[in-house]
Design a protein around this ligand. Structure first.
Ligand SMILES: Nc1nc2c(ncn2[C@@H]2O[C@H](COP(=O)(O)OP(=O)(O)OP(=O)(O)O)[C@@H](O)[C@H]2O)c(=O)[nH]1
Length: 251
């Protein structure tokens, strides 16, 4: 004879309830990572490379924020990284800045290895984080981008490493453009994912910002062209590398 409880499950939809309780307890954790730095350093290209797997053929200056997500596996747990690719240009940031810094779990600071002024701007970006009350304890990573342009590098690794050490963050030197650097680009975000895994969860239905500034609003906030052409340079990075544990070395 069929067990009474078992028959109730089937008759009154008990099985569905049980499985929905089970699946909600396994909800994917979501972590918000902001990517900041001066205009033109390659923030959009880095996030696109990580989430879309390739270098975008054409990019335009970001207005407000652009938004990408990637689901990754960290030691058997599926977590979602929500990347906020912010505008570098002051005039395109103003109205959105408050939103960037809300509920942030990690920060990626990006400079262009061929432009010293973008590296010199790093303290200002750190100060902006502090001004918006970001805890100094949240994981942060310093990224030197465009290492493929090895003839034009103006920010020495030793200098960047010193700055990274002084600010207690790992340094990655990489290229969003160079296909050989794809693993290093992933390593930036996977390093953060590993650090974040041990942190307090943010469940998908606890996260209104995802919906408000996600799919809908982000599409609207997307970019207009200011006529920037994609770079025509192509080079093989012989310079640097980053490893998944967040270290950086010169080769
Ligand atoms: N050579 C080279 N060019 C790159 C690399 N990453 C980005 N670029 C180029 O740099 C320019 C700016 O890239 P974006 O990703 O739009 O820069 P951004 O930091 O998002 O700029 P804003 O949206 O204005 O803040 C584009 O022409 C890209 O093609 C790289 O790794 N190597």
């Amino acid at each position: 004879m069929e067990d009474k409880e078992e028959s109730m499950k089937k008759d009154d939809g008990g099985e569905d309830i049980l499985s929905s309780i089970e699946s909600s307890s396994k909800q994917t954790r979501i972590f918000k990572i902001i990517v900041i730095g001066d205009s033109n350093v390659g923030k959009t290209c880095l996030t696109f490379r990580f989430c879309g797997g390739k270098f975008p053929e054409k990019t335009e200056a970001t207005i407000g924020v652009d938004f990408r997500e990637k689901t990754v596996d960290v030691n058997g747990e599926t977590i979602k990284l929500q990347l906020w690719d912010t505008a570098g240009q002051e005039r395109f940031r103003k109205s959105m800045v408050q939103h960037y810094y809300r509920n942030v779990h990690a920060v990626v600071f990006v400079y262009d290895m061929t432009k010293m002024n973008t590296f010199e701007g790093m303290p200002t970006w750190i100060e902006e984080c502090e001004r918006h009350s970001l805890s100094p304890d949240i994981p942060r990573i310093l990224v030197g981008n465009k290492c493929d342009m090895n003839q034009k590098i103006s920010v020495a690794t030793s200098l960047a490493q010193k700055f990274a050490d002084a600010n207690q963050m790992p340094l990655f030197e990489t290229s969003a453009k160079d296909d050989n650097e794809v693993d290093n680009v992933s390593a930036i975000f996977m390093t953060l994912a590993h650090k974040l895994k041990s942190q307090k969860p943010m469940m998908s239905n606890d996260y209104p910002v995802l919906h408000k500034y996600g799919s809908k609003e982000m599409k609207r906030a997307k970019v207009i062209s200011i006529g920037r052409e994609p770079s025509s340079r192509s080079a093989v990075c012989s310079r640097s590398t980053a490893t998944s544990d967040g270290t950086s070395c010169s080769c």
